[in-house]
Ligand binder design. Structure first.
Ligand code: BES
Ligand code: MN
Ligand code: ZN
Length: 510
């Protein structure tokens, strides 16, 4: 991954491929943001005018490159748009800094070093710029070759920016050091999640995902336990077994444990890990299955979040559950009309095999509840209905109490993730009544995302705070990259989980 360094050097004296500065949209044209005073001075205070001549407006995400002034060691100044200039006495908010840094890092792909002189007033700003730059620099190159089967050379134009130097930060200051460490750990784990999501399903199976989780756990001091298909059958995990039995690649349930000796709270995170969702016998039509390798994004977010909690040494216990299966049609697949006996003992009539996520999640939620955590948060690419409701950039938060839903929603915004609270209307539950089993796996079509949430709620232990993030929209980004969001896997949900763990560590879960 991209390296991060803190630097007190002046913009002129630093050897880099580009000096990154911020430009905001002012009332009368572009305005150079603070942090770039040295650069502006070298342009005789006329940098804003030069930028305007070049067509820059300061609009969000806009990138303008110009030659650096003489005497600068870096050849290029890269001005990145910050959007509307904040009011008097106000500063740029964290996500504006993250997105601008991300856009700049993306524009510098293929380069060795970018020196970031963005408006940073404190360690929190530095953390945001670092996070944005490290996330924006991401690219997925594992399957790229030079055309002859050889891995591409390191100087390839699509290679991520190799080093980010943050100017105007103090490398020996405790707060700045902590900010850099947090940004590095967080970005590394988001990028790990993105790699897992982008890995095609012929290489990422439940077994290989479980193995990847085990090796990450080993590297970062977590305990990992894996139930294979035999153990799942023996343990009565009817949901995981029922979804996985149509595939040559059998299911797994992974438990990851991070514990801190001084922890006062215990959080459980549960992730949907369908390594490919064909729909099963209720097969998805063409046009709806091309990106379904992303259906394990929840599990990827959970893995990264537990590892991040460990890397940051948070004073909280965190258990991660990865519900891994591949949903395929075959002679051994679950049929529409089959009844599954779930891990909780409830029976479920599977009317649509494409509503598989809730089946694997149900077993994992019941299992997670057995350990009586203070709260459970699950993350799943659960429904197309939620994509219709909230679009491609916002995830839904549902919960068994309004208070916990609000806590999780606020935490998401704090983490810089777009989130929206959704209701759990009780009257929708009866649409899942079944004539043969305790319930069916589908109900009314209207409010399909809420119906799915109500299904999951049935498997959460009594008295445990529970929230559900439906990340079907934001998990996989299909259009042009923006800010620090690349094409493909995004790592959606992960930063919210880590922020929740941080809040729990501080006894601040509401
Ligand atoms: N994995 C899909 C949901 C999804 C849709 C994720 C679009 C990402 C993008 C899920 O398993 C699914 O197929 N849900 C069905 C449920 C329906 C059959 C009740 C859906 O949303 O159509
Ligand atoms: Mn499905
Ligand atoms: Zn699915």
């Amino acid at each position: 991954m991209t390296a991060l360094t803190l630097s007190t050097s002046s913009a002129a004296s630093l050897r880099a491929d580009a000096i990154v500065i911020g430009v905001a949209k002012g009332e009368k044209g572009p305005v150079v943001a603070s942090g770039a005073e040295d650069v502006d001075k070298a342009f005789d205070g006329k940098l804003a005018a030069v930028l305007e001549t070049l067509g820059a407006s300061g609009g969000e995400g806009e990138v303008t490159k110009l030659p650096a002034p003489s005497g600068f060691k870096a050849p290029v100044v890269l001005a990145v748009g910050l959007g509307e200039k904040p009011g008097k006495g106000e500063s740029f908010d964290a996500d504006t800094l993250r997105r601008a840094a991300g856009a700049a890092a993306r524009a510098l792909s293929g380069s060795a070093k970018g020196a970031f002189a963005l408006p940073v007033t404190d360690a929190a700003d530095a953390s945001a710029v670092a996070e944005g730059a490290l996330l924006g620099a991401y690219s997925f190159t594992a399957y790229r070759t030079d055309g002859n089967g050889k891995k591409k050379a390191a100087d390839d134009k699509s290679a991520p920016l190799a080093e980010v130097a943050l100017l105007g930060t103090k490398p020996r200051d405790k707060a700045f050091k902590a900010a850099a460490e947090r940004a590095t750990a967080l970005a590394a784990e988001v990028n790990r999640a993105r790699d897992l999501v982008n890995t095609p399903s012929n290489d990422l199976t439940p077994a290989s995902f479980a193995a990847a989780a085990q090796s990450a756990a080993k590297e970062h001091g977590l305990k990992a336990e894996v139930l294979d298909e035999k153990a799942l059958i023996k343990g009565g995990y009817g949901g995981l077994v029922g979804v996985g039995k149509g595939s040559e690649n059998p299911p797994r349930l992974v438990k990851l444990s991070y514990t801190h000796p001084k922890a006062k709270q215990h959080l459980a995170f549960v992730g949907k890990g369908i390594t490919y969702d064909s729909g099963g016998i209720s097969l998805k039509p063409a046009g709806h299955n091309e990106t379904m390798k992303c259906d394990m994004s929840g599990a990827a977010a959970v893995l990264g979040a537990v590892v991040a909690a460990s890397r940051l040494g948070l004073r909280v216990n965190v258990t991660g559950w990865l519900a891994l299966a591949e949903n395929m049609p075959s002679g051994s697949a679950t049929r529409p009309g089959d009844v599954l006996r779930m891990y909780s003992g409830k029976t479920v009539e599977v009317l649509n095999t494409d509503a598989e996520g809730r089946l694997v999640m149900a077993d994992a939620l019941t299992r997670a509840s057995e350990e009586k955590p203070d709260a459970i948060v699950d993350v799943a690419t659960l429904t197309g209905a939620m994509v219709v409701a909230l679009g491609n950039r916002t995830f839904a938060v549902m919960a068994n109490t309004d208070a916990f839903r609000d806590t999780v929603h606020e935490t998401a915004l704090e983490a810089g993730e777009q989130s929206w609270p959704m209701p759990m209307p009780k009257e929708l539950r009866k649409s899942m009544d079944s004539p043969v089993a305790d319930m069916a796996n589908i109900g009314e079509r209207a409010g399909g995302g809420l119906v799915a949430g109500l299904f999951l709620q049935e498997f959460v232990g009594e008295g445990i705070d529970w929230a559900h993030l439906d990340i079907a929209g934001p998990a996989f980004h299909e259009s042009a990259p923006f800010g620090y969001t690349p094409k493909g896997g995004t790592g959606s949900g992960l930063r919210t989980l880590v922020r929740l763990a941080e809040r729990a560590a501080g006894g601040d879960l509401g």
